[in-house]
Design a protein around this ligand. Structure first.
Ligand SMILES: C[S@@+](CC[C@H](N)C(=O)[O-])C[C@H]1O[C@@H](n2cnc3c(N)ncnc32)[C@H](O)[C@@H]1O
Length: 628
């Protein structure tokens, strides 16, 4: 994939090759394919004046010139997002691919709960009907009652319609997170800064793009990072966003907080690109970068107060963490960018000291630079840990199953093996969606909302009881034999379990299974306690599986696998069905030929059960494959 991108970029006249880290960019980041400088030069004269053209008409940009960087950012924001942005030469120039990586990751985080707010088609239809009905003067009693019921439902479901609201602490003159947050992610944004010039330019950038209804820029104080939240004009802006029919709606309903707190939620998330350096010398010497990575090629941009703060980013983030404890029921998720790997460790320690319900660290890769994102929450049901970066996903080795060379299996081919797997999955009510199929490779994605691959003996007994009547259709009990029926030869190359005796492995799986079952039980209890979420765990179906190509080209299946893993993982890090059901397991299954041997790989993408769930599912498949 990276090679294809490189070729494309080079064809389009970009002078730069695809940097190694680009392959780990967020899958939805459009700059995974570097922009064509040739095209930008032809469209934007201000950008063109900083370009040089070599004999092969490749375009070169002088990255050491801050003005050239500013014109690049201006051109990209305009061409790719339709934004007209003024960037004063005195202020920090945002690198757009990094800003986008942070926002897209936040979008994955927000989707952990905001999916529930999206009205489904049914709701929209009902709302339309309701509107029409209300316009009719003559309604019979039945219609009136229906109308009443719909109106009640609309009120109950009001949380579906709440907008996602984020807060960028320290928006700078560009107001880049606010602008991109609205344009790329559909967020509404509150943006603060302490610097007067930054504030006025940020406001100009918002109004130039006509986004005053969606972005509010507010002054903050040096003493408190969240002080802007107390300002009356901020509260007015937030209230206006949820203002409907003369009433201010609560932002959302959250089961992990008391009803009072839930109503008090002001924001979905906060974000911040903190001042990075602790002194002027540090900005000059790039010493901070050198500790962790080669010095950047880009020119240093930004004013001292923008990038320097006493104690550096660690002190700034430490304040943020402390202050976040005071407003934990006002903000669902707090987050920050971290500039150096060494600081990530310190931030993790500081977070551990305040015991949030969940926290996560991720990597942002772009060009030759890496940055980190940290998020934390006190909301019990926002499992941040499941939102993985592309790098994390790519580095996890799949679980493997070597297809047995036994005579009872009708086929030793990839397609034959897939047919068998598909039928065994259907027996436990799982339906995989094939996105690639050829003689040499089958790739399919699978989501599970209920654990149907365990406790098969128990299930079989129940089924037998149910169908005990003579002549009634009995479930094929053999086909439901479970994970714990025989030795498991599943191994993951990355796990210490690999190569251990089967007995030991089984023992571990049992222990892990108990943990997973407990997790599912917790969810079931949750669903009983929480009527809003209605966590229905009883069915599996694929109605919201991702659409993907049924493309038969097998020439580049390795790229396709990589793409699929990551695209899928980021489309819905942990999807919650419209009904509120959380995804327990999302995997990609690859069946392929390795040294003439059919091999099955299970790539864990997401889901509350994670790798343990995938392990159990593969054990089920293995047991099916060795059964006679
Ligand atoms: C590194 S810049 C980030 C600017 C912009 N968000 C970006 O990513 O390009 C940090 C910003 O934080 C602002 N800042 C510093 N202390 C602050 C505070 N207490 N409250 C709000 N903003 C602050 C600075 O003025 C500066 O604009």
């Amino acid at each position: 994939m990276a090679e294809q991108e490189e070729k494309k970029a080079s064809k389009e006249g970009s002078s730069h090759s695809v940097p190694a880290l680009n392959k780990f960019m967020h899958p939805r980041n459009i700059y995974r394919t570097p922009p064509s400088f040739k095209q930008l030069a032809s469209l934007y004269p201000n950008f063109r004046q900083f370009c040089t053209f070599d004999v092969s008409s490749k375009v070169h940009l002088d990255f050491s010139n801050p003005q050239a960087l500013a014109e690049l950012a201006i051109a990209l924001l305009h061409k790719d997002f339709g934004l007209t942005v003024h960037l004063p030469s005195t202020h920090l120039v945002p690198t757009i691919p990094l800003r986008l990586n942070y926002l897209l990751w936040l979008q994955d985080v927000v989707n952990l709960w905001a999916d529930r707010r999206k009205p489904d088609k049914f709701d929209l239809q009902q709302a339309l009907l309701l509107q029409q009905a209300q316009k009719q003067e003559f309604l019979n009693q039945q219609q009136k009652e229906n109308c009443e019921a719909m109106s009640q439902k609309a009120k109950d479901d009001s949380y579906y319609r709440s907008p996602v609201i984020g807060f960028d602490i320290g928006c700078g003159a560009s107001c880049v997170y606010g602008l991109l947050g609205v344009k790329q992610c559909g967020f509404h944004m509150l943006c603060s800064d302490t610097d007067q010039e930054a504030l006025s330019t940020a406001r100009l950038n918002v109004s130039t793009n006509g986004l005053q209804q969606k972005i509010f820029v507010v002054e903050s104080t040096k003493e408190s990072l969240f002080s802007a939240l107390q300002r009356p004009e901020t509260l007015e802006f937030l209230a206006a966003l949820r203002h409907k029919d003369g009433e201010v709606e609560p932002m959302d309903v959250d089961d992990s907080c008391s009803a009072e707190d839930a109503k008090g939620y002001l924001l979905d998330f906060t974000m911040c690109n903190p001042p990075f350096f602790s002194s002027e010398q540090e900005t000059d010497s790039s010493s901070k970068s050198k500790k962790d990575r080669p010095p950047p090629n880009n020119a240093y941009t930004g004013r001292l107060h923008e990038t320097v703060v006493e104690g550096g980013e660690v002190a700034f983030i430490s304040r943020m963490i402390e202050e976040s404890c005071q407003i934990k029921h006002k903000v669902r998720v707090f987050s920050t960018l971290v500039g150096a790997a060494a600081d990530v460790k310190l931030v993790k320690q500081m977070l551990a000291a305040v015991s949030p319900a969940h926290s996560v660290v991720t990597e942002f890769c772009q060009g030759r630079t890496m940055r980190w994102g940290v998020a934390w929450t006190w909301c019990r049901d926002v499992c941040l840990e499941v939102v993985k970066s592309k790098k994390q996903i790519s580095s996890v080795k799949p679980l493997l199953l070597n297809w047995p060379r036994t005579s009872h299996l009708s086929s030793q081919s990839v397609l034959g093996a897939w047919e068998a797997i598909d039928s065994w999955l259907r027996l436990i009510k799982l339906k995989a969606k094939v996105f690639k199929s050829s003689k040499y490779f089958v790739g399919a994605s699978l989501k599970a909302y209920k654990v149907t691959w365990q406790n098969m003996r128990q299930r079989r007994r129940q089924e037998n009881k149910k169908h005990a009547k003579p002549g009634s259709d009995c479930l094929n009990t053999d086909s439901l034999e479970g994970a714990n029926t025989s030795d498991a030869s599943i191994c993951s190359p990355s796990e210490p379990d690999a190569g251990e005796s089967n007995g030991q492995f089984d023992h571990k799986i049992d222990a892990k299974r108990r943990v997973s079952e407990a997790a599912v039980e917790d969810l079931e209890i949750d669903s009983r306690l929480n009527p809003i979420k209605k966590l229905k765990l009883e069915t599996n179906d694929d109605e919201d599986q991702d659409d993907s190509d049924d493309d038969d080209n097998d020439g580049d299946h390795v790229d396709a696998q990589d793409e699929q893993i990551n695209e899928d993982a980021h489309k819905d890090s942990v999807s919650v069905k419209q009904t509120g059901k959380p995804c327990l397991l999302k995997v990609n299954i690859f069946v392929k030929l390795v040294n003439n041997q059919v091999v099955v790989e299970l790539h864990t993408l997401s889901g509350l059960l994670g790798r343990e769930g995938a392990n159990q599912l593969l054990t089920y498949l293995r047991n099916q494959s060795v059964k006679r």
